[in-house]
Write a protein that binds this ligand. Structure first.
Ligand SMILES: C[S@@+](CC[C@H](N)C(=O)[O-])C[C@H]1O[C@@H](n2cnc3c(N)ncnc32)[C@H](O)[C@@H]1O
Length: 286
């Protein structure tokens, strides 16, 4: 396990992921009924952007720094901006950036639950420290793929609604088939689950093949009307060099009404503010 999210915290990809996740959390917690959230790949929970790892890439400069500086950014970023402002109460350049665990935990209501899975002992220890005192939040130093399937069965049995965030490192090719397999296993146990997946975009063939596999896995699991798939892409540049991460996407299965508009606003802003020549955003439900 070599991937460290600290290199990338607060970059354009985190902005899309965290804006969509917070928008989903807002919609899911506005509805009645206890909610369980499983974050299959949780990371450390919070990041110091002045730390050695973050400074090495400087990615947050072209991400959260630009967002915080834009008072006219779309409303879908408001919750993220508030959370970041609170963590940096002294003002000045953004130093502390929250990960998905902290952002989700902040939105839990009494009776809701969050489980963050992390396999790296060092990031897992930081995650535990960063979530300390957050009611309803728990850390599992365990594999996120199997935990998601087990928690889907537990949520269905207990009559709880379920939101699963899948955010793998993609340092191994088998993360792609694992996503489709996890979608199938979660939906087979909890057909009404909302599942969000973060995906890098290098080339279109790999991306399109994942979309097809996710759609097939969802249809097979539900054995009827598969949940619609929301796809929100940001491309920072034309996809000419498949060796680079040229963009990223958020996929959402079972997205509540209104999610597409929020995702579109986020993706459009990120492409315009963080992209280079030929950047674009594409958001649709298929
Ligand atoms: C992209 S980062 C997560 C970032 C986090 N979701 C956020 O938005 O703040 C992926 C994390 O998954 C962890 N990881 C890798 N394989 C895992 C697995 N099978 N189960 C749980 N965690 C895993 C890595 O150690 C890494 O910290």
């Amino acid at each position: 396990m070599n991937y460290r999210h600290a290199f990338h915290a607060g970059n354009f990809a985190d902005l899309l992921k965290h804006a969509v996740v917070l928008d989903l959390m807002g919609r899911l917690t506005a509805a009645a009924g206890p909610l369980s959230v499983v974050d299959t790949h949780a990371g450390a929970g919070a990041y110091d952007l002045t730390g050695a790892l973050a400074r090495k890439t400087g990615e947050a400069e072209a991400g959260i720094a630009r967002l915080m500086a834009d008072d006219a950014a779309p409303a879908v970023f408001a919750t993220l901006k508030t959370a970041v402002a609170k963590m940096n109460a002294g003002g000045g350049p953004v130093r502390h950036y929250p990960g998905s665990p902290l952002l989700i935990a902040l939105r839990l209501r009494p009776g809701d639950r969050y489980i963050g899975c992390e396999v790296r002992p060092d990031d897992g220890a930081d995650l535990k420290a960063n979530l300390r005192g957050q009611a309803g939040a728990a850390v599992r130093l365990a594999d996120g793929w199997t935990t998601a399937a087990a928690e889907a069965r537990a949520a269905a049995k207990a009559g709880r609604r379920l939101f699963v965030l899948i955010d793998p490192p993609f340092e191994r090719g088998d993360d792609y088939p694992a996503i489709a397999e996890a979608v199938g296993r979660v939906l087979a146990a909890a057909p009404a689950a909302v599942i969000a997946v973060w995906v890098p975009i290098k080339d279109l063939a790999t991306f399109d093949s994942l979309l097809g596999d996710v759609e097939d896995a969802a249809a097979d699991a539900v054995k009827g009307t598969a949940p619609a798939l929301l796809v929100s892409e940001v491309r920072l540049r034309p996809l000419d060099d498949p060796m680079k991460m040229n963009g990223c996407a958020m996929l959402v299965l079972g997205a509540p009404a209104g999610t597409e508009a929020g995702a579109r606003a986020a993706a459009d802003w990120i492409a315009a503010a963080c992209g280079g020549p030929g950047a674009k955003a594409l958001t649709r439900t298929i």
